[in-house]
Design a protein around this ligand. Structure first.
Ligand SMILES: NC(=O)c1ccc[n+]([C@@H]2O[C@H](COP(=O)([O-])OP(=O)(O)OC[C@H]3O[C@@H](n4cnc5c(N)ncnc54)[C@H](OP(=O)(O)O)[C@@H]3O)[C@@H](O)[C@H]2O)c1
Length: 253
């Protein structure tokens, strides 16, 4: 898809991958609406084609409001990037029921509902729906059971939707970043960063190219994409190592 003059919504646009993506989309000539809870205060990119709006996407009413606002600003949405998300790092038993519900609302059901709204509001009109998953959706990691499940659920959901909508003009694109140097790990209260680590600018560049090429799956890490296929044994050793790290940090507490 050529992004010049297209209307794009990016959620989780106030920092990290989302913010880097906003900068790229503007360079491509797109009109961008950036959403997060704090973006009106924190966004330091100013541009004639950029709109921002504070919304808490854990709420259904906020997602409805997003669509109304986009309709008022743009009249349509050509690309919806469901990027907002977060993790709670820690042993699964340390995460209480409310925290589970809260995370799943933002990372999972809010994204599913946004995809449903795109279908309801725009019907047969062509659009791209991009969702930031994670390598963890395919490679479960100790300390990220809930987070990984929230992304794996979406992976399955969008695989099914692609089959349902094969004959439509709707393009569903899934992104699988590995660890990325953003506020994500601090917010998750993570004790260490899983290797390898990428920059949000690199991930955003790969997402932009993926949208331009209508790629169904976007793997920002070459190493992860090919390692997973060609050297699955490596990931077994890698996960054993991650488990040791997880146990070491758990013992320190
Ligand atoms: N960093 C990584 O290693 C990594 C790896 C794989 C996948 N990912 C995924 O990439 C996406 C972006 O993460 P990031 O690394 O860029 O982290 P980040 O810098 O922490 O960005 C997260 C974004 O989500 C927004 N957000 C969080 N809760 C929200 C809510 N309830 N309503 C609206 N917006 C909300 C945050 O803004 P406000 O606080 O202003 O609301 C922020 O803009 C996430 O889906 C994450 O799961 C990250």
């Amino acid at each position: 898809m050529n992004l010049n003059g297209k209307y794009v919504v990016v959620t989780g646009a106030s920092s990290g991958i989302g913010k880097a993506l906003v900068a790229n989309l503007l360079k491509e000539g797109a009109f961008v609406l950036g959403i997060s809870r704090t973006i009106e205060k924190t966004m330091d990119i100013t541009h004639a084609r950029l709109w921002v709006k504070n919304l808490d996407l854990s709420k259904k009413t906020a997602i409805d409001e997003l669509f109304e606002y986009a309709e008022n600003c743009f009249g349509t949405i050509d690309v919806f990037v469901a990027n907002a998300g977060y993790a709670n790092y820690g042993p699964h038993a340390s995460i209480d029921y409310q925290a589970m519900k809260d995370l799943l609302k933002v990372n999972t059901s809010g994204v599913m509902y946004s995809a449903k709204k795109m279908q309801e509001v725009y019907g047969e009109k062509p659009f791209n729906f991009v969702v930031t998953l994670s390598a963890i959706a395919e490679l479960p990691m100790p300390g990220y059971a809930l987070y990984g499940a929230s992304k794996a659920a979406l992976d399955n959901y969008f695989s099914a939707i692609r089959l349902e909508e094969k004959k439509t003009n709707h393009t569903y694109q899934r992104v699988y970043p590995v660890a990325t140097r953003t506020d994500f790990f601090d917010r998750a209260d993570a004790k260490y960063l899983p290797w390898p680590v990428q920059s949000p600018e690199h991930v955003a560049k790969k997402i932009t190219t993926g949208i331009l090429k209508n790629k169904k799956k976007i793997y920002p890490s070459f190493l992860y994409k090919w390692g997973k296929r060609l050297a699955p044994w490596f990931f077994k050793i890698y996960l054993m190592n991650q488990r040791k790290k997880f146990e070491q940090h758990a013992n320190k507490q």
